[in-house]
Design a protein around this ligand. Sequence first.
Ligand code: F6R
Length: 368
Amino acid sequence: EKGGYDWFMVKEIHEQPQAIADTLLGRIGADGRLQLDEMRLSDGELREVDKIIVIACGTSYYAGMVAKYAIEHWTRIPCEVELASEFRYRDPILDHTTLVVTISQSGETMDTLMAIRYAREQRARVLSICNTNGSTIPRESDAVIYTHAGPEIAVASTKGFLAQVVACYLLALYFAQTKGVKYGDEIRAILDELDKIPAAVQTVLDRGEQVRKLASDLAGSRSIMFLGRHVGYPVALEGALKLKELAYLHAEGFAAGELKHGPIAVIEEGVPVFVVVPPKARDQLQEKILSNIQEVRARGARTIALVEEGDDSVVAYADEIIRLPKVPTLLQPLVATVPLQIFACEIATQLGHDVDQPRNLAKSVTVE
Ligand code: F6R
């Protein structure tokens, strides 16, 4: 049942190209337009939406952070992201022109479900991105986009996350199409780029040995840091969460620009710091991240940079380079997350932990 792998988690990490391909499958109609089966909200209803609030927990929340960048960039509709457990306790401003988007792999997370009920009481419309057919959250939503990652058995989410990120892009592009915004050609171009992502993720998996070796070298670390900017920021948070969950190590993800506002104080000699480097095309972001790498290095950090192929700008500054296939900036989380999953999984197995059932965690969190 583990398909020849030692752990469900390893199997699920390797199923990610398929999970992405399946989530993209059948989304283009005969007319060449993007179609979403369970959309159930009419174009008229969607055109009324003037604010989007994405709500989720844990890893799914990080998918929501990526969604915000994509939604605002492609649709120009203001988008907020919020933790489900915080949302309804702060008196949020909602009405029928607000679209609440929830993201949940299991479809049973109680915090998220309670947020949906609250949002609907306030007359907001709710669209759910979910991996589990017929689960409670999609049943209580006005519309659904199903991810097709297949059942996720390991407690920590991997393929579920990448499929969620893909669904978020599809939602953003669908909105852009409905609004008829100026990005008509860009929509097609991005869909073409998305079609190439399963192969790109496969490339990252095929190079897993480098990351596993790095994990053996770093298995004795007390603490590991992750830095990112833009969509690399949620990737950094996800890298840290996986490491905490699986390896029980102290790990933190930061927005790289925040370093100097405090976190840099914890950087000591030898601390491993992963840095997600934005694609070269984003030269301003790149320049900033280069100086962040130098800042932590000057304090003795061991820097590991995740960088797109062909970009040698950081070579002089990083102790180790993990190469990523070249993809558009907004899509980079789909390739950049994968080495961090492999890393966390490998460190945890080296430390002798059960990566499928980490201590203290449950697959569906059905209490608030
Ligand atoms: C992390 C993880 C959790 C879940 C969170 C939400 O690896 O699995 O953080 O992402 O509990 O679960 P869902 O997506 O089922 O609502």
